[in-house]
Design a protein around this ligand. Structure first.
Ligand SMILES: O=C(O)C1=C[C@@H](OP(=O)(O)O)[C@@H](O)[C@H](O)C1
Ligand SMILES: C=C(OP(=O)(O)O)C(=O)O
Length: 439
């Protein structure tokens, strides 16, 4: 007998930490750098190459989308080497954004340069992620955008799906954007702006601005390819129109993906090393060593290898994570296993991430017997003895890695749809078992 329904993915029993760790973990390339460098390479004046690029669902969605928009992207000797041949941006294309914020926010400004309509859609969970500020900005810059399901051609879509009516040129100019829900609204517009006829002056008008390091990453990657950017005024960026150089670049490891592995040393005790740790970086994951020290670990960086050592004792923390919201699920797991309460602040915008992360973290920690309450802009977590259950992941890669951390201490804890880690780290479970000596 056959069934027309798809069987749910089996849950994964997260391994317990049996002994202090002594592991070196090679972390693949940064999602944020890979997807910025791909966009800039596709818009460049000459071919370029990325080495050490991430290959994961989000990166592969970006590759597929840029190919649909006319770029040539070929793998080199290794899948992490990508040769990019730019071409005119072509329209009449369909873009699958999956659940990738970088694809849904970085590509509408590129699509505006196309010579025809570009239709965007993604996962059901992506259809609730905020989009209006970037689409309203494009509209203000002279680009037509519409909701394919609406009878009113003048109504601006607030989320996926939407169509960008590329006309082969974007006048550009000055625009105000409220980026309090996501820094990606700013990054996306800046990345394509050198191709706008008058460039772009973008002013952030919201009360708060999350993930400033990610905006600084955008500015740095633009300058690396010769684009002139003025960021001398707080909350304001000017990109001059001009050429974009093709480059041969190496992508740094993803420091946010390194975070759960390094955090494991605090929970299990012992040492975890990550090679290739940059001395200077715009990645917000640069905050990880200092935060882990505040929670009871010690860290050192020598010869490009970051080493974190823990004792098995974890202390609570009061921390503002507005600059590095993507670290919150890792630190929430540590907080639930700590010896004192914690407060994570400045992360209201996590409600628009892969899932409402504040609600999801509070619900799942509570499911295991812990105490976690949502505040206006974060979480208060009070450690309690935890018991086994199946942690739900809500299609969120970082909910899954956060649950794996809890599983180091909670016998029998299971993780629903651990495969969601493929969004940025397809080899996660194998790497986790290797770190624990169970591979
Ligand atoms: O620009 C980027 O690469 C990112 C910016 C941040 O988005 P938000 O500002 O929406 O948090 C971050 O959380 C996300 O994982 C990646
Ligand atoms: C928020 C995240 O992703 P996205 O790029 O989809 O916004 C994340 O990876 O934590």
């Amino acid at each position: 007998m056959t069934s027309s329904t798809t069987a749910p993915a089996p849950t994964w029993e997260a391994p317990l930490a049996g002994a202090p760790l002594d592991a070196t973990v090679e972390i693949p390339g940064s999602k944020s750098l890979t997807n910025r460098l791909l966009v800039l390479a596709a818009l460049a004046d000459a071919p370029g190459t990325l080495r050490g690029a991430l290959r994961s669902r989000d990166a592969d969605l970006m590759i597929g989308a840029l190919r649909a928009l006319g770029a040539g992207i070929e793998e080199g000797a290794e899948p992490s080497t990508l040769h990019v041949t730019p071409g005119p941006v072509t329209g009449d294309a369909d873009i699958d954004t999956g659940l990738a914020g970088t694809v849904m926010r970085f590509l509408p400004p590129v699509a505006a340069l196309a010579d025809g309509p570009v239709r965007f859609d993604g996962d059901p969970a992506a259809r609730v992620r905020p989009m209006l500020p970037v689409l309203a900005a494009l509209h203000a810059l002279g680009v037509a955008v519409h909701d394919p399901g609406s009878d009113d051609p003048a109504a601006l879509p607030t989320s996926l799906p939407f169509t960008v009516e590329g006309r082969g040129r974007v006048p550009g100019g000055a625009v105000d954007v409220d980026a309090s829900e996501s820094s990606q609204f700013v990054s996306g517009l800046l990345l394509a702006a050198a191709r706008f006829e008058r460039g772009l002056t973008l002013r952030h008008i919201g009360a708060t601005l999350p993930s400033l390091p990610h905006i600084e990453m955008t500015v740095a990657t633009l300058r690396d390819v010769g684009v002139e950017v003025d960021d001398s005024r707080d909350g304001m960026w000017t990109v001059a129109p001009g050429p974009i150089a093709g480059r041969d670049v190496r992508v740094e490891p993803d420091l946010s993906n390194a975070a759960p592995f390094l955090a494991a040393a605090l929970i299990a005790g012992g040492t975890v090393r990550v090679p290739g740790w940059p001395t200077l970086t715009t990645q917000p994951g640069a905050m990880v060593p200092e935060l882990l020290e505040r929670m009871g670990g010690s860290s050192s960086l020598a010869g490009g290898v970051l080493e974190v050592t823990g004792t098995g004792e974890v202390h609570g923390i009061d921390v503002d994570l507005h600059a590095a919201g993507e670290l919150a699920p890792t630190f929430a797991a540590l907080a639930a296993l700590a010896d004192s309460p914690s407060r994570l602040r400045g992360i209201a915008h996590l409600r628009g991430h892969e899932t409402d992360r504040l609600a999801a973290l509070a619900r799942e920690i509570t499911r295991l017997g812990g105490q976690a309450e949502e505040t206006r802009d974060g979480l208060v977590i009070t450690p309690r003895p935890l018991h086994a259950d199946t942690v739900q992941t809500y299609e969120d890669h970082r909910m899954a890695t956060s649950a794996a951390l809890l599983g180091l201490r909670v016998p029998g804890l299971r993780v629903e749809n651990v495969g969601t880690t493929a969004k940025t780290l397809p080899g996660f479970t194998g790497m986790w078992l290797d770190m624990l000596g169970l591979g």
